[in-house]
Design a protein around this ligand. Structure first.
Ligand code: F6R
Length: 243
């Protein structure tokens, strides 16, 4: 695991965007794995800017998002579909039909999950996966547990994740309690992985990534088995609260 410690959120966003831009410039038909949440928003802004300036062309790129709340319709403004359209897809030249987010309205969620993994495999696998990290160590919505699940699956969200994500909703009761998420193996099959973290609230979990231990209690520690992971974080996430 390589680590890039950045001065602040802006710098972290710039560094991560640089890697995505290099990936797409080297392989224009890259398959990108994408995350939602507050962490990657600044990076998406940089990608939009670079695309507008003609520094990167997304016209041949295919994307697969990590997760979606369940049940929730794509046009609900709290859905991850909506988030991606708002923060990236509608503002770049990524062809809409090449973007994929698990279907939060699927009548048969198990089938939807199975097909999602098949679609990723059929596209040739993810070249570069972007991840955020939950304060509890989740990646995607693979929550801390005794067992983790390999493939894309329907999962329940822990109280701490519901609490953390309630900041995006009017009230905590509105946060869906389930989600469709890529599994640990779906993520680990990616050729390269960037995991981003910012702010002191992520310090404890980022510290767990720096130890030799792997535990399903902190799902992100599973990334230590992968040979091409870069952690891009700011100083507060790495060192803790700065004065
Ligand atoms: C989002 C996702 C989650 C987030 C994590 C951190 O698609 O899969 O694992 O990356 O919850 O969220 P933020 O960035 O809001 O702190």
């Amino acid at each position: 695991m390589r680590v890039v410690i950045c001065e602040n959120y802006e710098e972290m966003s710039k560094q991560a965007a640089k890697l995505v831009i290099s990936q797409v410039n080297l392989k224009p038909n890259s398959i990108l794995g994408l995350a939602t949440g507050s962490t990657p928003i600044g990076m998406y802004d940089k990608l939009i800017e670079a695309n507008k300036k003609g520094e990167v062309d997304f016209s041949e790129v295919t994307t697969f998002n990590l997760d979606e709340y369940y049940p929730l319709s794509a046009d609900n403004d709290q859905s991850y579909h909506y988030f991606m359209n708002e923060h990236l897809f509608s503002k770049t030249n990524i062809p809409f039909e090449r973007t994929h987010v698990p279907d939060g309205e699927a009548a048969n969620p198990e089938k939807e999950c199975e097909e999602y993994d098949k679609k990723i495999d059929a596209a040739g696998g993810i070249d570069l996966q972007i991840l955020g990290i939950g304060q509890n160590g989740h990646i995607g919505f693979n929550e801390p547990d005794k067992n983790l699940i390999a493939g894309t699956h329907l999962t329940g969200l822990t109280d701490s994740t519901i609490e953390a994500n309630s900041r995006f909703f009017e009230k905590k009761e509105d946060v869906p309690t389930k989600a469709l998420t890529m599994g640990i193996a779906s993520i680990l099959k990616s050729k390269k992985i960037i995991i981003m973290a910012n702010g002191a609230a992520k310090h404890e979990v980022v510290s767990a990534l720096m130890t030799p231990d792997i535990t399903t209690d902190i799902p992100a520690t599973m990334l230590k088995v992968h040979s091409d992971v870069v952690v891009i974080c700011d100083k507060e996430a790495f060192y803790g609260k700065q004065n």
